[in-house]
Each structure stands twice: as C-alpha cells, then as structure tokens.
Design a protein around this ligand. Structure first.
Ligand SMILES: NC(=O)c1ccc[n+]([C@@H]2O[C@H](COP(=O)([O-])OP(=O)(O)OC[C@H]3O[C@@H](n4cnc5c(N)ncnc54)[C@H](O)[C@@H]3O)[C@@H](O)[C@H]2O)c1
Length: 412
C-alpha cells in the first residue's frame, strides 16, 4: 500500500503508475478543487493517457482520500510529490515537503514499519541534514520509520510514457530495509533499480537537470554569437549538427537547440537551487552560474529583436504561451517573460495557444492580453508575429507579408 502526497504532474503520474503496477494507492492533495476534479474522473492539466488511466483505476487501485489517518494506517510507503519551488536566494523552498511530513507523523497511530520517500526534487544533503533530523525530533514514532528519496525524471507532455517506460529508477536509501522494500515496489517493472546513498540519489536528479539546462544555454549562447557574426543560418546550422549520429542515437537534439531560454517548473528553479546549495557548501559551480545568467539574458535578446522589428508600430501577436509544446504548463514560461517586457514598452499583445490560454490567464492575471481562439486571428490582427512555443501547428501557417520573430527557430 502506498500513500502519495501531492497529485500534480509527478504525484498523479506516480499514483497512477503504482496503481497500474497493481499496488493499492491512496492519493492526497491539499488542493480541494484538484481533488474534486480528480474524483470526477478528469485530470487538472493537459497530459496524454492519464485521464484514461485515472478512470480505469479510480475507486479500485486508487483511492482519492481525505482521511489521512486511514491512508497512512494502511500504507507502508509514503510518497511526497509536493512542489519544491524557489525559496530564498534561489534555494529550494521545502515548506510543502515538511508540511506533508507533519501530516504523516500526526496521522501515525501504530508501530508499523514505514518508509517516507521524497520524490520531489530536493538538493543534495537535504535528506541527511534536514529531513532525518526533523523526523528524529518527532520522538518515538521515528523508530519505525525509514527515510528514502526516489527522484523523478519524467518530461511534462510525456508523463505517463516516461514513468511506465522509465529507463532507470534511482532510490536514495537510509538503510537496507528501505532499499529492499523499494526494489520490491518496482519489481514488476522491467527497469534497472539503483539503490544508492541518500545524497547520491538527490545529486543524480540535479546532474540530469543541470546538464539539460547547460545544453540549452550553450545552444543559446552559440546562436547569439552566430547572430553577432551575421550571415549565418542558425536553424540550419543546428539541424546539421544534429545529424551527427552521436546526437541522434541519444535523442537529445531538442536540448541542443536555441530558443528563448529554458522555462517550466523544473530547470529554472533546479539550476538555481543546485547553485545555491553548492555555493553554500563551499564550491561555486562557475559553469552552472553562467548557464543561469545566459538563460536570464535570453529574454532581452528576444525582446530587443522584437522591438527592432516593430520600429514605431506597437502591436505584436504572440503564438504559443506554454513553456513547451504538448503541455499547458505556463510556470516560468519564456512567453510570459517576453510579454511582460513588451508590455513595459507599451506594446499591445494579442495571443493564442492551442491549450494553455486558461492556465496563462489564471497564473498571470496582471498581464493584459487579448486572447484569440485561433492562430489565424492573431495573424490577421498583427503585422508582427512572435513564435514563443514550438507548437507543430504553427509550421502550417502562411506568414506571407508578416514580420515574424521565430524565437524557437522552428520555421524553415
Ligand atoms: N513537473 C515535472 O516535470 C517534474 C519532473 C520531475 C520532478 N519534478 C519535481 O516533483 C515535484 C512536484 O512537481 P509537480 O510539477 O508535480 O508539482 P505540482 O505543482 O504539479 O504538484 C504539487 C501538488 O502538491 C500539492 N501539495 C502541496 N502541499 C501538499 C501537502 N502537504 N499534502 C498534499 N498535497 C500537497 C499541491 O496542491 C499540488 O497539487 C517538484 O519537486 C518538482 O521539482 C517535477
């Protein structure tokens, strides 16, 4: 039996994934609206396959529970999939994690052995230096608790496939009991399970995300250098680079490509959290620092291109709002950063996104935009068009007569 705290992208995928593997899962979220949506068989974001999986398992292998005591009483594994957003000075804010741990400890009324597993992304040494002492401070209840982490590597837009067809499972464990139980939990999956030290588990997640961010910032820096030389076709250059089979075989080309900077929930906050944690512990990761700065500067590189193209006109049409195609996630999306800067210059914005308009309105109520239902409406209303997300459907648009700033280098 597994209890999962937090039913967002990672938690809902984890809960459904475990249910699919035959485990009984209790799902808990403090967002009552989210719980209601899930109980009605709908998922609260745009993600393929998950609604079908929810409808298959709801009320059977997956129970959406308000009674935390009942869920915890029945569970040997307690998973934390809550947010770990930006905290002070870029560090990870752990308040949701500790609040979920508090909820768990308060609910424990017996002496059953349990494993508390953090799936949320947390910086190296967090479990050893913060979570374990925190739990030990709770008194005798801690005696029957093992602590572990199990970082998640899924990509938004592919949550379900990435979880079900994981290429590796990493478990940072405090003891052999936790390692054995976590191997058992994943035993029906045909996947290598690595049980490592707590801090190694945490580090492996950041090793992955900081490398992806580095590839993106490197590509953006090279694109800027190419623009500075002039007379260089940046998109073609990168597409030819991708033909090197060493890139193609590993399917990393989407990260080795310029754009308007990485965004979304993970790369921006995770690069900053790692930088902050490493610096605090006495080692300044210089390359990563530059990766972050390059990413921050990318907004103004794009905004300046747009303003230059605009001249004395003051209307821009923006195509794409989500941080990447096939997702409605607009957290830390480059589109919002660009639009905010344009608004400071009194530019009027019309925008369209195939799925993210609702989320954008909710998250950025202060940004004044006229939203359209179709890309064509944006094009009809504007001479200057900005492509901010590489949705495939934008490739089919006839941009004849328009000034297009293709921030994603997606058009031929
Ligand atoms: N989104 C991704 O692509 C991704 C990939 C890998 C890892 N991660 C990491 O996973 C974690 C979760 O990310 P996400 O994108 O799923 O976040 P999310 O915002 O989509 O979901 C977090 C959920 O936790 C709930 N929550 C907060 N406190 C709670 C509590 N005490 N009890 C129960 N529920 C609570 C929130 O209401 C929310 O629904 C983060 O640490 C993130 O860095 C995310």
């Amino acid at each position: 039996m597994v209890t999962v705290f937090g039913l967002g992208f990672v938690g809902l995928t984890t809960a459904l994934g475990f249910a699919h593997m035959g485990h009984k899962v209790y799902g808990i979220d403090i967002d009552t609206e989210r719980m209601e949506t899930l109980r009605s068989g709908k998922i609260p974001f745009h993600e393929m396959y998950m609604e079908e999986e929810l409808q298959k398992h709801i009320g059977k292998n997956i129970i959406l529970e308000n009674d935390i005591e009942a869920a915890v009483a029945d569970s040997e594994y307690i998973y934390y999939c809550v947010g770990t957003p930006y905290g002070q000075n870029g560090s990870a804010d752990l308040k949701y994690l500790f609040s979920a741990i508090d909820m768990t400890i308060d609910a424990i009324k017996d002496d059953k052995k349990r494993i508390l597993v953090t799936k949320s992304t947390i910086p190296p040494l967090t479990t050893k230096e913060k979570i374990i002492p925190y739990v030990q401070n709770k008194g005798t209840v801690s005696k029957n608790i093992s602590i572990a982490n199990n970082p998640e590597f899924l990509r938004e837009g592919h949550c379900w496939e990435d979880f079900i067809n994981s290429d590796r499972v990493v478990c940072g464990c405090s003891d052999e009991y936790a390692a054995e139980k976590l191997r058992e939990l994943y035993s029906s999956m045909d996947v290598p399970v690595f049980t490592v030290s707590l801090s190694t588990g945490e580090f492996i997640k950041y090793l992955s995300n900081t490398l992806l961010a580095t590839l993106i910032s490197y590509s953006n820096e090279m694109a800027e250098a190419a623009d500075n030389f002039g007379d260089i076709d940046v998109a073609t250059s990168f597409k030819i680079l991708h033909m090197d089979r060493r890139w193609n075989d590993c399917d990393m080309t989407s990260y080795v490509y310029p754009g308007c900077g990485y965004g979304g929930y993970c790369l921006p906050k995770d690069t900053c959290a790692f930088y902050a944690q490493s610096t605090e512990k006495g080692f300044v990761p210089e390359i990563l620092g530059k990766v972050i700065k390059t990413n921050e500067s990318r907004t103004m590189v794009m905004v300046n291109k747009i303003l230059q193209k605009l001249g004395d006109r003051n209307k821009v049409g923006v195509l794409g709002l989500s941080f990447k195609p096939n997702s409605d996630d607009v957290r830390d999306t480059p589109a919002a950063r660009i639009i905010r800067e344009l608004a400071k210059e009194n530019v009027e914005i019309t925008a369209y996104d195939p799925v993210a308009v609702g989320e954008f309105r909710k998250r950025y109520p202060d940004i004044k935009i006229l939203f359209c239902n179709q890309a064509e409406d944006v094009c009809n209303a504007n001479d200057v068009i900005v492509i901010a997300t590489a949705w495939d459907e934008f490739k089919k648009i006839d941009f004849t007569g328009k000034d297009v700033i293709d921030c994603r280098y997606m058009l031929d």
